[in-house]
Design a protein around this ligand. Sequence first.
Ligand code: SF4
Length: 488
Amino acid sequence: MANPKYGNIFTIMPILTPSRRWQPPFYPFKKRSFSERLEEALERSFKGLIWGCRMCGNCLLQETAFICPMACPKGYRNGPCGGSTPESCCVDESRPCIWHAIYVRAEKMNRLEKLLEVFPPLDWDKAGTSALRDVYNKINSHGKLRTISTIFRSSTTERKSKWERFFKDIRQPAWWDGDAYPHPPKPHEPVSSLEKLLSEGKFVLTCEIVPPAEDNFPVLDAKLAELSGLVDAVNITDNASAIPRLSAFACAQQALTSGIEPVLQMTTRDRNRLSLQASLIGASAAGIRNLLLVTGDHPIKAIAPFSHMDAWDLDSIQAVWIARKLRDEGVFLDGRTMDHPPSYFLGSAAAPFASEPRFQALRAEKKINAGTQFIQTNLIFDLPRFEAYLEELEKRNLLSRVHLIAGVAPIKSLAAAKYLRQLPGVVIPDDIMQRLADAKNTSTEALKICLELIEKLRALPGIRGLHFMAVPNTDHLKKVLIESGLRE
Ligand code: SF4
């Protein structure tokens, strides 16, 4: 669904871009010389006026269709989040999703596929400094005369490719060296039983557990005991909805001791690049082998007082890239190497109903290229739209490159459906709402809807399992699994 406001230059131009209200530019941390300060002030004024530049010092404008991605309230540098829509940003509905605007314009410029490249996280040492200085330095290192002769002497095709290379060298520092190509895992034996089941072609079942909001392992133990034998693995959410709870890591360890395989979720919202790498190694050392790397809900969706709201250190694609390199190359982000790299099965989340299916498919490809081995989707209620998403994945030949596990919510009431419907990235069609509203027995109708969805999802190509979320209680899940024939 095209949004006409993205065609309007004034929504892109910074003076009228809402993001400018509360996303001030960065300033350098270190002392600067007078000439550097002057240079930066000029760039801040000029690029600020034209692009709403925040002086991140790591410019991506060349690749992002000349729309500054730093207007994203999560600081995403690799595409829209799972809550965005063509109409608005999920954090602040008064503004457009800047990444949707980037995709739309890149598509018009025939540069959409360029956005497959995995862009690096910010080098914060450069925040506030002049990005134009990088261009100038690059010209200097190449030689001014040589640069000019390259421009005038090369053929159009050569000039174009040299131009692309020139900017790629600037935006892809040696410590990152991101690209748009697949990076599958090295040949290996499955590291978890979830990976083993999926690699054997078995249809898997996973279920989400939200840890208790108190020091209460007995509550968790009871839940784990109920789920034992019902599902193949349990996802442990990481401060879901940006609300602190018993640590996901501690819960995942507890699951292991209870004999249930955990899928440990890790948000980049609560981690910077240091703690992410530490957590990855720690999880592996603790024997936790399934990891789901997500960005996490924005704190504005939580309870006041709110934590840091602006650019996060990493997005989920960058987290996957880092995790894959740590595991397969034994290399830290800073280039240090290790003798005993961690071992894990890497997963990502997908939001089939955010943005447009073709844009979400591009983002899925980017995740898979970066190292994602399995994907768990957000809740599926709208099958036609989900099928459109699968078609887009298939066009990119992704269904054979990743284990896709579809999200299902075994709801029991109209109130539950209403609650889920207002969550970012969840779409419940009107006809389902109507069926629930008209039902004499809502619980029976909800079960019927759930069973219909499960049956259709199981029949779709590329679906390798189901991931149950928002489960009201284990008895209900058991009923759903037995009646759908997934368990005896
Ligand atoms: S990407 Fe960074 S340097 Fe480029 S316009 Fe945006 S804030 Fe400015």
